[in-house]
Design a protein around this ligand. Structure first.
Ligand SMILES: Nc1ncnc2c1ncn2[C@@H]1O[C@H](COP(=O)(O)OP(=O)(O)OP(=O)(O)O)[C@@H](O)[C@H]1O
Length: 629
């Protein structure tokens, strides 16, 4: 081997590290010299023990949970490389974007030896943690890096030979690293050299290709590119996902073909980099920059993404659990994203949607996102909450009235919300609370396609109906409180939004924190705080969680650690003894909520809207809670 663990050349290079410009011309690769310099500048000592305490089991499980998408997509590569590395007496590792090891598999003997220097799941192999090493240096250099024997900064690690390649997600963010590690003393250690580089490159190209294909499902067009037609459809091709003519996502191979950087994603128009026009099917195109011919194949895998998520398509705050969070803080995960995509398809096909879900589960947010992404996005979305408007007013509010239709009527009449929604979408929230007489009128509007304002003549209307309820409408029909004929007109596509307790809470917490600016301001949750959040029932679902986290971030100074003491009493009061927080018998959740509602109403002299605003719940929720069961 060129640089054996104790080669004199390396020892000389190490000594010259202390001298200004001392590494110039040293017999070590430039990337290693740069990394040594970074380590020395950080004051890292080469004799520092490589051993570290890996994350406890529960934290590692939570970490893996957060990187579910990466772990899931990397499984085929890890399985294949595992076999290859076992035969070479080494192992394969997957880390996150900070070098924290998520998975490690390979030769049992080597896995044991590697544990002595904490090359194991839950340990951090960034340059800060372990000095120059393949994982940390690949992350720092954003490139394939091989670190051999004494090139490792810490002497403890000098028996390792490691090759690492960063994995870039389709939106241009480094998501993690695949690393192949072995022992320099193994008889086949030399095979690690070029072989490991080729293996790592290939594995990452396959993974990035699969990730980009998957991401493209949510975009209008997928374009495959390669200089040779036979390569189209293989993992070596370039992939571009395009919406409205803008390149939204790509695999690194496509960016290389077009000479673009990651910053192009979400910004650059396709026609500014490729000429020849694109239509479905295969054709020859040319790069604008170099006039190079490329074979292109375009397909249209998915409908357009909702506009609310476009910013996230550029650079999602989080990609864990398939999670994307836009700058507007709206999150979609592996469960809700497909529901949204189906809803958009239904709206475009003119199919009414009935949304079900507990209070605060995001029904209104969902409707707004679906509207923004469907063909009626330019037409109005009119939302009416049937539970929040007093029964006497709901009729005129919905159906409108003519001038002078009744005493107290507004001069000039009122068009009514149904007519306001003409051409667009009428969203009737809490439809289960609609009085029977109005149910009959609504049914007539749906049957006749016309609305009759109080005191007026029928007027043609064309709107798409989206309804929502927290009630079990089928049960209401059985009980006779909801018309069966109306129910069947509403329930063409039923979308049930899961309660927060059935969703990936950790990933949602992280994505919300990031969207509220916690990451930028260095604000973190203490593990005990997270444990308390995990134990809460979240009866107010996303609304309750979002309100809590928004408040915590707003009240925390930069760099703060949010501890259980920062949580509201009801959350902190649920702490178990081992977390060191007071545990005292607490009244039932409902009783505590009722108490909070009563106090808020008293403070706002019975003004439901103001009390609801203060409590961070919807008015309809308060109306519901104030009604006898
Ligand atoms: N997809 C989402 N991403 C981020 N935050 C969300 C999302 N959905 C809901 N929220 C948060 O929850 C709050 C309540 O959402 P929304 O009003 O849509 O709930 P709802 O189910 O209609 O509630 P209710 O039944 O009480 O009317 C939002 O204001 C927002 O803070």
């Amino acid at each position: 081997m060129a640089n054996a663990p104790h080669s004199p050349a390396m020892a000389v290079a190490r000594e010259r590290l202390g001298e200004a410009g001392g590494l110039e011309g040293a017999p070590i690769p430039l990337v290693i010299a740069r990394s040594w310099r970074r380590c020395a500048d950080r004051g890292l000592r080469a004799d520092r023990p490589a051993h570290q305490d890996p994350l406890p089991r529960a934290d590692l499980a939570a970490l893996r949970d957060r990187h579910h998408t990466l772990m899931h997509l990397a499984t085929p590569e890890l399985d294949t490389l595992h076999r290859a590395m076992r035969d070479l007496g080494g192992m394969v590792l997957l880390t996150n974007d900070r070098g924290l090891i998520l998975d490690a598999r390979g030769d049992a003997g080597f896995v044991r030896r590697a544990r002595r220097v904490s090359l194991q799941p839950g340990a951090g192999w960034g340059e800060d943690d372990e000095g120059t090493n393949a994982v940390g240096t690949a992350l720092a250099e954003r490139a394939l890096v091989q670190v051999r024997g004494p090139e490792h900064y810490l002497t403890d690690n000098a028996f390792l030979i490691c090759t690492a390649m960063p994995v870039t997600d389709p939106y241009g963010a480094v998501a993690g690293v695949i690393d192949l590690s072995g022992d320099t003393r193994h008889p086949r250690a030399d095979a690690h050299g070029p072989d490991a580089q080729a293996l790592a490159r290939l594995a990452v190209a396959h993974l990035e290709h699969r990730w980009a294909v998957r991401a493209a499902e949510g975009h209008e067009a997928l374009i495959r590119l390669h200089a040779h037609p036979a390569w189209l459809g293989t993992p070596q091709e370039g992939l571009l996902a395009v919406d409205d003519g803008i390149i939204q996502a790509a695999n690194p191979a496509a960016l290389t073909l077009l000479g673009l950087g990651n910053e192009a994603l979400g910004r650059v128009r396709l026609d500014s980099v490729l000429s020849g026009g694109l239509e479905r099917g295969d054709r020859l195109v040319r790069t604008v920059a170099e006039d190079r011919p490329l074979h292109a194949r375009m397909t249209t895998p998915g409908k357009r993404r909702p506009s609310t998520s476009r910013p996230s398509a550029r650079r999602p705050a989080r990609q864990d659990q398939g999670m994307t969070a836009g700058r507007d803080g709206i999150l979609w995960d592996a469960t809700t994203r497909p529901l949204l995509d189906r809803a958009i398809l239904a709206l475009d096909a003119g199919i009414p949607i009935l949304l079900q879900g507990e209070t605060g589960s995001g029904k209104e947010v969902f409707v707004r996102a679906a509207h923004a992404a469907c063909g009626r996005a330019q037409a109005p979305l009119v939302a009416v909450n049937c539970a929040a408007i007093p029964e006497g007013l709901l009729e005129s509010e919905l159906f409108g009235y003519e001038d002078g239709a009744f005493t107290g009527a507004r001069r000039g009449g009122h068009r009514g919300q149904i007519r306001q929604a003409d051409g667009g979408i009428l969203f009737l929230d809490e439809i289960g609370d609609m009085p029977p007489a109005l149910q009959a009128r609504l049914l007539r509007v749906l049957q006749d396609g016309e609305v009759t304002p109080v005191g007026g003549r029928p007027v043609k209307v064309d709107f798409l109906l989206v309804t929502a309820t927290h009630r079990d409408l089928a049960a209401c029909v059985a009980q006779g409180t909801f018309r069966a004929d109306l129910y069947y007109r509403l329930k063409h596509l039923v979308v049930t939004l899961p309660p927060l307790r059935d969703r990936p809470l950790d990933a949602i917490i992280d994505a919300l924190l990031a969207s509220f600016g916690a990451d930028d301001r260095g604000i973190r949750l203490a593990p005990a705080t997270r444990t308390l959040l995990r134990r809460h029932d979240w009866p107010g679902n996303l609304r309750e969680l979002a309100n809590l986290l928004r408040t915590l971030v707003a009240l925390s100074p930069p760099g703060a650690l949010i501890t259980p003491a920062d949580l509201p009493a009801d959350l902190a009061g649920r702490a178990p003894k081992d977390l060191g927080t007071a545990t005292h018998p607490t009244p039932s959740l409902k009783a505590r909520e009722d108490d909070a509602i009563r106090q808020a109403l008293a403070r706002h002299r019975g003004n439901v809207s103001a009390a609801a605003r203060e409590l961070g719940v919807h008015r309809s929720t308060l109306h519901r809670r104030l009604r006898p069961d």
